[in-house]
Design a protein around this ligand. Structure first.
Ligand code: COA
Length: 112
């Protein structure tokens, strides 16, 4: 049910890895069409003060019809008691997340 994600990644997750990632997450939201997962978002958290949203993905043929927005709204509602919610995205996606109530911020990462 988790085929076709991570399109264009140099090192894409396998569907088994994606299943593990979602299973081990604190909260997830899934979009389904005819029994197949067409979009997902997930959050990891200390369950007290901090949460991080690592991935939001909608299958290419299901993009631009509001699924990503609905997934984020659903996840943010599930995280409503967490004060600090972080997400890393490309600059061109910042206006997308601003529409969901997020603000621009500066951070640091390690990428292996
Ligand atoms: C980004 C993504 C999750 C959006 O999901 P979606 O269901 O297509 O989005 P929605 O239908 O809710 O919203 C569409 C809006 O997002 C904008 N958008 C989509 N992809 C975008 C991109 N790469 N850069 C900038 N804006 C983008 C569209 O222009 C549209 O804008 P509008 O509301 O002003 O018309 C989806 O395009 C996707 O899976 N992309 C590949 C993975 C990715 O980049 N994930 C984000 C990681 S931070």
């Amino acid at each position: 049910m988790l085929e076709g994600f991570c399109a264009g990644w140099s090192n894409p997750l396998t569907s088994a890895e994606l299943y593990q990632v979602l299973s081990n997450s604190y909260k997830i939201a899934l979009a389904k069409d005819k029994g197949k997962i067409v979009g997902f978002v997930h959050a990891i958290s200390d369950k007290v003060k901090f949460a991080f949203i690592p991935m939001l993905e909608v299958l290419p043929e299901y993009q631009n019809i509001g699924i990503g927005k609905k997934l984020m709204e659903n996840l943010l509602e599930q995280l409503k008691d967490i004060d600090n919610i972080d997400l890393i995205c490309d600059k061109e996606l910042q206006p997308y997340y601003e529409k969901l109530g997020m603000i621009k911020y500066t951070g640091m990462v390690i990428r292996k």
